[in-house]
Design a protein around this ligand. Sequence first.
Ligand code: F6P
Length: 556
Amino acid sequence: MTADVTTTAAWATLSKLHDSFAPDLRGAFAADPDRATTLTRTAGDLHVDLSKNFLDADVLEALVALADEVGLAERRAAMYAGERINVTENRSVLHTALRRPRTDSLVVDGVDVVVDVHEVLDKVYAFANKVRSGEWKGVTGKPITTVINIGIGGSDLGPVMVYEALKPYKQAGLECRFISNIDPSDVFEKTVDADPETTLFIVASKTFTTLETLTNAKMARWWLLDALKRAGAVDGSDAQDAEAIAKHFVAVSTALDRVAEFGIDPANAFGFWDWVGGRYSVDSAVGTAVAVAIGPDNFADFLAGMNAMDVHFAETPWAQNVPALMGLLNVWYVNFFGAESHAVLPYAQYLHRFAAYLQQLTMESNGKGVRADGTPVTTATGEIFWGEPGTNGQHAFYQLIHQGTRLIPADFIAVATPAHGIRCDGADVHELFLANFLAQTKALAFGKTADEVRAEGVAEALVPAKVFKGNRPTTSIMAPALTPSVVGQLIALYEHITFVQGVVWGIDSFDQWGVELGKALANQIAPAITGDAAALAAQDASTQGLIAYYQAHRAR
Ligand code: F6P
């Protein structure tokens, strides 16, 4: 039976600490001038200031004790070694192997997985170089200018986020687009102005069974062949269609047999393994679009950044271990302060898809109601992750974080050197941006008292509305710049934070059964929409009513 964290001594200690804990960040900083230094940690290139959290020496000690009592070190070792810790799917969890250096070795079930990883990486890099140099040509002999990745979930969110984050590293003249939604508008918008002669599709699907991706890939194939035919580039014969597909479609999957069935030459397919979870796969061949855009050297730096964080997580004592501390703090907020959501607020426009990426990573991993052994969880699990880049969020939802009734711990992320050091009216605009980053974390921590408001001459009736209670916990993460390595470090940081929380809660963070029911029902309901009377009769009254509305209002 999975150990019940709520029965541990550390849990009891945390519970006691919580009962007498009166958050007072102003007081804590006033009492200890060294607080910021004492509670700042370094992981790789990341400077992580934990001082504006509900943290003191006693809480830190209890959180570290909790890590020990739940066997975090053993679980971490089991994951890194390739033990089948994804118990409900009976799989190893080896995304950390994807970024191990070539000189490493890790034998799992008799296979050195590091050798396999680098074999595929070499193939991806060779392909990326061919596309980047123009050696890879479309069916009419033109080089590729547009790469369209077709995938969903982990086969989309990671590649999009990293492509956007590392846009300054992209090769000029090469553009990536991403199709994920089965809403045909997505395919339409991404192909409407694309030139079929210079467009290459990457169909990314771990299973190569995902309805959305296969449907989108079929639509893309149809679009390509039709457009090429209309341009007179192919004559519509099977042979020329096959040649066009070979030059304009590659695939990424663990199921190379299904890739071949789809009509993509397995020679143009990049494999990975069932021990890579979809949401942990951007550092596998799933990142091929990114490798093409930023090039093999930058992609290798990205992987090295992830590996640096893996090493930090593996080797650093808990009290200094950034992913462990951030994961344990999340547990502290979720389970003792009732926090339900967690904001991630990058002050870096290029990280504008980071929160969307984190939503799958964290919520598909830790949104579980049973523990690894199938017994019900004994405490709240998961957190709702969300966010937007600052400063946009400031003018939208920060009001609720500052003055609302909910506790929303937030991670703020910023870099010292921006990609574009633009000045305006004599000011370095990045410094104005950073002033906002610093101002927000300061306001959230320390607030503004009624006396401070009054001192500004505010009418008494308005004082309550202008008071900021403060004591809104934040973590500030700073890095030198948004390099490929730093983006890799950030991803691995959150992967390990997610892992730590999952271990504390005793859940399997690596399965995702919760997405299956909807998929199965969609398959049952599809015929009801298209007119199958028996399928319609089998539906509940609400579903029938909605289908009736659809049928009455669908314009054709
Ligand atoms: O349905 C959820 C999910 O299985 C995710 O875990 C995964 O990232 C996504 O679908 C896409 O799956 P695939 O890469 O197999 O198409």
